[in-house]
Design a protein around this ligand. Structure first.
Ligand code: FAD
Length: 479
């Protein structure tokens, strides 16, 4: 019997697992995907928002501000990429300036530090490439950028270092209250008994809630489309540059990424299908129009990828965190759209407080607080390179020439806790395929390494989800 089961290994489930792993609890995470971080957490703007946008008095407002603070500490403890680079919301007319005032006042009420409304000279001094038509901006020093994949991997790896069990390809399809436990059934036929159940299934959290008879919310997915620009044009801005927000969301942004690219987007359009993450000409045109208004010299022709993600939005407009009416001990995390990434460590604390109502939480005395990232060979000093090569000659062989990723990094990504099992899983952990050629050169090498290290035929290696096999058969008997 588990003390706690978490459904979903996105950033929220992973952060929750890590938070709960501090205590003497038996914990499992059930994930339907072939890997961790295959839901919304893999496709978003990657911003740790300051917290001035969500209305005062909402859970979003409270948890975003707390989450942004926690990221500063967690990124150091768990060694994932995070940069508190600050953000600017640009105003171009009186109406926008009024909105900035509202955001500023709301931010102060939410407890956001480092907020200032600044004038044109200061803006252009900070960001010479934004539009000369800018009149004012809201500067927030507390906003930052993060690698959402590596944050998620860091949370789950460290949770597993502390005893959390992860079950992949276990889609939850049944939830039933038995006498003194909750019985969770999966599509494969596995059954898990638990005292506490956490529903952090993102876009599918409404369907999980319904399994317990909870019909308080319905996810209405909203798609956001993006461009990723090549590193060579990324130094055009240094902060996250936002347009003024609207009812539909925080609007389009232009931002550096922690990996040195530029991200431009997103749109915010309702879609019927939760898995509909197509990009469209219309969507990308919308992105371009606003982005060029913010930063007219943007080199959009240096796009190396377009992608889209779906927000788990609900009518209520706020995070909806509530105990199931029908199954005591089950907590639903509904409506975790933006700023869900920024808020995830704070949502984890809310879950911890919920668990403590049922179980006396005692801290582990052998809790492993820190986690080391996979070393990026190309960024090491000469001495560090020599040292690592003595231990592991695989770091000598460059597999991805765009991002200069070695075989050693890829092998480590496979053999860590919650290690990579798919081509995209490798890409998200150590970045081969994220550069200008988008895997054109290293793709076949990655397949071979995965096949060799996991000891499975190359035909069985997936790009990402079930059915996304890359090699469908052999032409000459030998690959
Ligand atoms: C376009 C866009 C931009 C965004 N930008 C930002 C931003 O800049 N900053 C920010 O803070 N937030 C942002 N967000 C929101 C943020 O990405 C999400 O709030 C966050 O990733 C949600 O994490 P999650 O763990 O709840 O969901 P997910 O990452 O979707 O994880 C849920 C997991 O549950 C699993 N699951 C589902 N059903 C089952 C089942 N039946 N059994 C087992 N497992 C199941 C899924 O496979 C998935 O892995 C953005 C979102 C989008 C779409």
């Amino acid at each position: 019997m588990y003390d706690c089961i978490i459904i979903g290994a996105g950033v929220v489930g992973a952060a929750t697992a890590r938070e709960l792993s501090k205590y003497n609890l038996r914990i499992a995470v059930l994930e339907k995907g072939t890997e961790v971080c295959q839901g919304t957490s893999k496709a978003n703007s990657a911003i740790v928002h300051g917290g001035y946008d969500a209305a005062y008095g909402t859970l979003k407002g409270k948890l975003n501000v707390r989450g942004a603070k926690l990221y500063q500490k967690l990124s150091k403890e768990l060694n994932f990429s995070y940069d508190k680079c600050g953000s600017l919301v640009l105003a171009f007319n009186d109406e926008d300036e009024k909105k900035l005032e509202e955001l500023y006042e709301n931010g102060l009420k939410n407890g956001v530090e480092g907020l200032r409304i600044i004038d044109k000279d200061e803006i252009l001094n900070m960001e010479p490439n934004v539009s000369q038509d800018v009149t004012k901006a809201l500067y927030c020093s507390e906003a930052g950028i993060v690698c959402p994949f590596n944050a998620t991997f860091a949370f789950i790896e460290n949770a597993m270092d502390n005893g959390v069990e992860l079950f992949l390809e276990e889609k939850v399809v049944n939830i039933r209250k038995e006498n003194d436990y909750i019985l969770v059934g999966t599509e494969k036929g596995s059954e898990f008994k638990t005292k506490i159940l956490i529903n952090s299934a993102g876009l599918y959290s409404d369907e999980i809630a319904e399994l317990a008879g909870d019909k308080e919310f319905k996810v209405k997915p909203r798609r956001g489309e993006y461009r990723i620009l090549d590193k060579k044009v990324s130094d055009i801005v240094n902060h996250v540059i936002f347009t003024t927000p609207t009812k539909a969301g925080k609007g389009v942004l232009v931002s550096p990424t922690v990996h040195g690219n530029l991200i431009v987007g997103p749109t915010s359009d309702p879609v019927d299908d939760k898995e509909d993450t197509r990009t469209t000409d219309k969507g990308i045109e919308k992105v371009d129009e606003v982005a060029l208004k913010l930063v007219p010299k943007l080199s959009l022709n240096e796009t190396i990828r377009v992608f889209a993600g779906n927000r788990a939005s609900i009518e209520q407009g706020d995070f909806l965190i509530f105990e199931s009416k029908n199954i005591k001990g089950m907590l639903n995390l509904g409506g975790i759209d933006s700023p869900g990434l920024a808020s995830s460590p704070a949502i984890a604390e809310e879950v911890r407080d919920f668990v403590s109502k049922y179980i006396d939480l005692t801290e582990k005395n052998n809790f492993i607080k820190e986690r080391q990232a996979i070393p990026h060979f190309n960024e090491l000093s000469d001495e560090e390179k020599e040292e690592i090569l003595k231990r592991n000659p695989n770091y000598k062989k460059i597999i991805c020439r765009c991002e200069m990723i070695t075989e050693g990094e890829i092998i480590e990504a496979i053999h860590r806790n919650a290690g990579a099992r798919t081509v995209d899983g490798i890409k998200r952990r150590v970045r081969p395929g994220s550069g200008r050629c988008q895997g054109g050169f290293c793709g076949p090498r990655i397949l071979e390494i995965l096949s060799r290290e996991l000891d499975i035929p190359v035909e069985d290696i997936l790009k990402e989800s079930q059915g996304s096999n890359i090699v469908v058969g052999r032409t000459k008997g030998v690959l």
